[in-house]
Design a protein around this ligand. Structure first.
Ligand code: AMP
Ligand code: MG
Length: 338
């Protein structure tokens, strides 16, 4: 992967670190014709930053990206009573529900990741996952879990591609796209900018980012935080034209009796996956890096890196349960040749 070799050579250059600064009201200048805005969408902080010589056009484009992400949230949030996903969850155990092409395709794409990851990625995880409340420190007891554990299985989703409808073959199935929808939204946001002719931008939604182009001839510098120390970086990567997703057990969690209950669920147990602390995936599209970061988190260091090493143009950085960092083969080769 020549692209990465060049990027690592650029590590010595100083360039701005991608960071989610404190929310600024509205579209703001970052200097040198860079413009940015942050907004709370899809339960996270969305940040759009782009280069353009004209403020009005730059800010209008950022607004269009925000509107696109808000549109996706309206369709795909499991928390909004009017969303298509909520209609699916409320009715699909009784009858096929027509969800339209976009949601149908994203759920069908999720199932491809399920097959690819031996079921580690499974949007029906929420059949059990919905009974956790990390803010209130609530987890389902063994009896409650036993009643819904069989419902976690992507094979319970029956697809009708002519009608764009989906039916649940088990009455306790509940779907949540939290492991893939932000990446999908980030890709859509970048597509909005590409269609308007922008060539340098970043769209980030929480842990999922996509970088379009470079930063005036220099790479973006992306920091990967230490899962146990917010202000410390375990790696700093110079990147252009790429997507980066991080899944971590520090994002939404509580601790009880020394055990960390967090938001990434092992579909086999309905309990949090605990082999690793964080996973970062690098690849072309954010929908893929998002799904794979969650997948590798569930698979753990060994099986997760095996999967990534089999894939082309995808890399991973895993911080395991002891805080030790592991990287995929092609990243390792690049570091070794430096
Ligand atoms: P991420 O931060 O991208 O890893 O996404 C975490 C989110 O993915 C969680 O908040 C859940 O909404 C969802 N999720 C948790 N476990 C799974 C799983 N095994 N498969 C698919 N999605 C999951
Ligand atoms: Mg993810």
């Amino acid at each position: 992967m020549k692209k990465f070799t060049l990027l690592f050579a650029a590590l010595l250059l100083t360039a701005p670190v991608v960071s989610l600064a404190d929310s600024v009201a509205g579209c703001a200048s970052e200097g040198d014709n860079w413009w940015s805005e942050e907004r709370a969408i899809m339960g996270t902080e969305v940040r759009v930053e782009l280069w353009h010589i004209q403020q009005a056009e730059a800010c209008a484009a950022i607004e269009d990206v925000m509107l696109e992400l808000e549109r996706i949230e309206q369709a795909m949030s499991p928390f909004l009573p009017t969303s298509l996903l909520t209609q699916l969850n409320e009715n699909a155990a009784r009858r096929p529900v027509t969800v339209g092409e976009e949601l149908y395709n994203l759920i069908a794409h999720s199932v491809e990741f399920s097959a690819m990851t031996d079921g580690a990625f499974d949007v029906t995880y929420a059949s059990a996952g919905r009974f956790y409340d990390y803010r209130k420190k609530v987890s389902p007891d063994a009896d409650a879990l036993a009643q819904v554990i069989d419902a976690i299985d992507y094979k319970h989703l029956e697809f009708n591609s002519r009608k764009y409808s989906i039916r649940y073959l088990n009455e306790n199935v509940y779907v949540d796209l939290g492991g893939i929808a932000k990446g999908y939204a980030v890709d859509r946001g970048i597509e909005v900018l590409i269609s308007k002719g922008f060539t340098q931008a970043v769209v980030a939604a929480g842990g999922d980012s996509r970088i379009l182009g470079d930063r005036q001839g220099e790479p973006w510098i992306v920091g990967i935080r230490d899962p146990r120390k917010e202000d410390t970086m375990v790696a700093v990567l110079p990147l252009v034209d790429i997507s980066v997703s991080t899944s971590g057990d520090y994002e939404r969690y509580f601790e009880r009796d020394g055990v960390r209950y967090h938001h990434i669920i092992d579909p086999d147990t309905g309990d949090s996956a605990r082999d690793v602390r964080s996973v970062t995936i690098l690849g072309d599209q954010a929908v893929m890096t998002d799904a794979l970061s969650t997948s590798v988190f569930v698979l753990g260091t060994m099986r997760g890196l095996e999967l990534i090493n089999r894939m082309k143009d995808v890399d991973a950085i895993v911080v395991d349960g002891n805080g030790v960092m592991h990287v995929s083969n092609s990243l390792l080769e690049m570091v070794a040749t430096k």
